[in-house]
Design a binder for this molecule. Structure first.
Ligand code: ZN
Length: 191
């Protein structure tokens, strides 16, 4: 059975299960996050169903944007765009940038990515086209904590995000679930 078939088979029984507590009969659960918050975090598999539990965030409560290494790579990149929709369309009033220990991005380099893409038959010209951007992104990521700080700084300096929206920077432990505060967004700019 393929992975897709496996998932579809499960899904059929899932939606038919009358005891399924996740079926959306609650009209209070909407696309507007009830806790008016957005999280930008990493796509790391260990965070799935763990970061939310460790923060006591349930369905309908927060917007979650996931990328490799929770980075912002430009003034209007995918993360910024998502956050603008969160703030201006979806009632988000607080942002959490959450990196994590043991992030794979701290070991990923533009050179290693290029090498693996070439080995998979990707055209050198295609890699050349993105090389500078890829170096800026992948080689710029050294330490998960520093990356969180830089990402918060970049967003804080964005002229597109209102100053009254706190931007916090947190570091999550993917094995213990512990959260460390790197930047407390309530205090930034007060000193
Ligand atoms: Zn990561």
């Amino acid at each position: 059975m393929t992975l897709l078939d496996e998932i579809l088979k499960f899904n059929q029984s899932y939606i038919e299960d009358e005891n399924n507590s996740y079926v959306d009969t609650d009209t209070k659960c909407s696309k507007m996050p009830s806790r008016e918050m957005a999280i930008v975090t990493c796509m790391d598999t260990r965070l799935v169903n763990f970061l939310e539990d460790a923060m006591d965030i349930g369905r309908g409560e927060a917007k979650i944007v996931k990328t490799a290494g929770n980075c912002v790579t430009g003034p209007f990149d995918g993360v910024v765009r998502s956050l603008l929709v969160c703030i201006y369309e979806l009632g988000v009033n607080e942002i959490f940038i959450i990196g994590h220990h043991e992030c794979g991005m701290s070991k990923t380099t533009a050179a290693s990515l290029s090498e693996k893409m070439l080995a998979r038959g990707i055209a050198p010209e295609a890699i050349h086209m993105i090389r500078r951007e890829m170096e800026h992104w992948a080689d710029g990521f050294q330490h998960p904590g520093e990356n969180v700080e830089e990402t918060v700084d970049e967003l804080r300096m964005s002229p597109l995000i209102p100053e009254d929206v706190p931007i916090h920077g947190l570091l999550f432990h993917p094995r213990t679930g512990e959260i460390e505060v790197i930047v407390n967004g309530y205090y930034v700019g007060l000193f």
